[in-house]
Ligand binder design. Structure first.
Ligand code: PGA
Length: 270
């Protein structure tokens, strides 16, 4: 049942979404690279990796200013595009922002919402709620990021994750849950030396699923969970194998042509 839904979801959008997936890799380039020339080079390496390793589907989320031209140059079907943020309002006086409609028009099929680096700039749970709803209204797949800054001894981080999920999903109708992906990114593992332990990810994946099932009932089981935070070619395969996840949200290693190639090769047979 759930894999059928995945196929349906991933085939839903006519333009730019990917087909059947095995492992999903969301490449969050963040504010890199500094020139479009380098962006094209990085995209070429990503394209080559996607073409040679068929078991991995890739969503490239470059700086928004690069999306349209990269999308226009791409003829394949195995890479989809995303943006790293978009505003919840449809249009208006929001200097420096882009809307979901503009992101979609440029070729984005996915939007990262509530990334820790945006939350650090003031994005609230309530903002993520509005953004998730707006993305769905514009037929863009939201990737809702959740994660705690630190872990105490009493398991307080579970309460925080629950709150992030409950608010982020508050305006999502049950029929739309399969469209929302959750990226669990513990803030302490982002931009760090090492990723989280896959066993801890497994525990968190169960908690996330339980929370969504608590909100929606058994239908919540369809929700797709990604892990993000210091993933590279050394730890990706282990995380995919033991983390109980559908894919990875990758920052630094996705913005370096050699690292990205090595990473995709490393998860080839997972
Ligand atoms: P990182 O970033 O892979 O560089 O740790 C992950 C992210 O912020 O999405």
């Amino acid at each position: 049942m759930s894999s059928l839904l995945v196929v349906m979801v991933w085939n839903e959008s006519e333009n730019g979404t990917i087909g059947r997936m095995k492992s999903l890799l969301v490449a969050n380039w963040k504010m890199n690279p500094p020139t479009f020339k380098e962006a094209k080079k990085l995209f070429e390496a990503t394209k080559k990796a996607a073409d040679t390793v068929k078991s991995v589907s890739i969503v490239v989320a470059p700086p928004a200013i690069y999306v349209r031209e990269l999308r226009a140059s791409y003829r394949g079907k195995r890479i989809a595009f995303g943006v790293q943020n978009a505003h919840f309002e449809a249009k208006g006086s929001y200097t420096g922002e882009i809307s979901m409609a503009e992101a979609k028009d440029a070729g984005a099929a996915y939007v990262i919402i509530g990334h820790a680096e945006r939350r650090a700039m003031g994005e609230t749970n309530d903002d993520t709620r509005k953004k998730v709803a707006s993305a769905i209204a514009h037929s863009i797949f939201p990737v809702l990021c959740v994660g705690e800054k630190e872990r105490g001894h009493e398991g307080e981080h579970f309460d925080l994750i629950k709150e992030q999920l409950k608010t982020g999903f508050a305006d999502v109708l049950i029929a739309k849950i399969p469209r929302v992906m959750i990226a669990y990114e513990p803030v302490w593992a982002i931009g760090a030396e090492t990723a989280m332990n896959p066993r801890d990810m497994h525990e968190m994946a169960i908690f996330i699923r339980k929370t969504i099932v608590g909100l929606y009932g058994e239908k919540g089981m369809v929700v797709k969970i990604l892990y993000g935070g210091s993933i590279d070619e050394r730890n990706a395969s282990d995380m995919l194998t033991h983390g109980d996840i559908a894919g990875l949200l990758v920052g630094r290693a996705s913005a370096d042509p050699e690292k990205l190639t090595a990473l995709v090769r490393a998860i080839k047979n997972v």
